[in-house]
Design a protein. Structure first.
Length: 285
């Protein structure tokens, strides 16, 4: 993808082959987590404070616009949405499928917010006032989730945003794709021994059993989760049918829909509190 791996972008213009490795992980939430989980980083840093930040509004001003530098595929210079359209065609995921997933994802996120599922995870943030002399605004919840009612009917009225793939589509809209929004997340990762030594067992939120990476050609990034998930399950020694919940970090509804198809996942188990494209991608932590 484009904005996600900044270390790869100079390589594209420089000309070395894809086999040449450039060390660099996206400093987005998921990239930060991935980097910190590596054995090398773990051995270097031991107890880790993991931080992630996604500020699409401040995408680097390099090529003249955030859309070009932040939301374009750096390898073929096409919008990421065009690649999502191509995925929709190859995976046979219709506009109706994507809108239905998006509407359900918004419903789940709204319900989770109203019932306090995120309360323990959200820290109040003071936003400086725009007007001089005004009081700062205190943000206590994801306002985008509760700001509007989203359903299939409202989503169906939105115009497609990207170029359709051959004779399929167009399917991707502003409603079934990720918003350009800002967010941040952080967590602490430590060994079981350290947790017990500090008497923090009651504070443990999750135990990392395994992790895995997967990469394909840039145009196929949308279905890479279907390769990484099975590898992670094998590493953990867990059967897919034994998993209660799956989280798929998607910038487009078609990403979740396509990977659910490829892995034959029960939709009721995927992104149960709403997908990351509904809220802010920092929530993928």
């Amino acid at each position: 993808m484009s904005a996600a791996p900044p270390a790869k972008k100079p390589r594209v213009g420089g000309g070395p082959g894809r086999g040449v490795c450039i060390v660099g992980v996206a400093r987005t939430p998921c990239g930060s987590l991935q980097g910190k989980l590596s054995g090398l980083k773990a051995s270097e840093l031991a107890g880790l404070a993991i931080k992630g930040e996604a500020s699409r509004q401040n995408t680097a001003y390099i090529l003249g616009a955030k859309s070009e530098d932040g939301l374009f595929d750096a390898f073929e210079n096409v919008p990421m949405g065009d690649i999502a359209e191509e995925c929709a065609r190859k995976s046979d995921v219709s506009r109706e499928d994507q809108d239905a997933y998006a509407a359900e994802s918004y419903r789940r996120a709204l319900e989770a917010t109203k019932t306090g599922k995120f309360k323990r995870e959200v820290i109040e943030v003071q936003v400086p006032p725009v007007k001089r002399g005004a009081a700062p605004q205190t943000v206590t919840e994801d306002e985008e989730v509760v700001a509007r009612e989203v359903n299939v009917a409202s989503l169906s009225k939105l115009r497609p945003c990207f170029k359709p793939s051959e004779d399929f589509g167009p399917t991707v809209t502003a409603g079934n794709a990720s918003p350009i929004s800002d967010g941040a997340a952080a967590l602490v990762l430590m060994s079981r021994e350290k947790v017990e030594a500090l008497g923090l067992s009651s504070n443990v939120q999750a135990i990392v059993r395994s992790f895995a990476d997967a990469e394909q050609e840039p145009r196929l990034f949308t279905t890479s989760p279907s390769l990484a998930i099975p590898k992670a399950l094998v590493n953990a020694g867990i059967r897919q049918d034994a998993v209660d919940f799956f989280e798929i970090n998607e910038a487009f509804s078609v990403v979740a829909c396509a990977n659910m198809k490829l892995l034959a996942l029960d939709a009721a188990k995927v992104n149960v509190y709403g997908g990351t494209f509904v809220a802010v991608q920092a929530k993928c932590l």
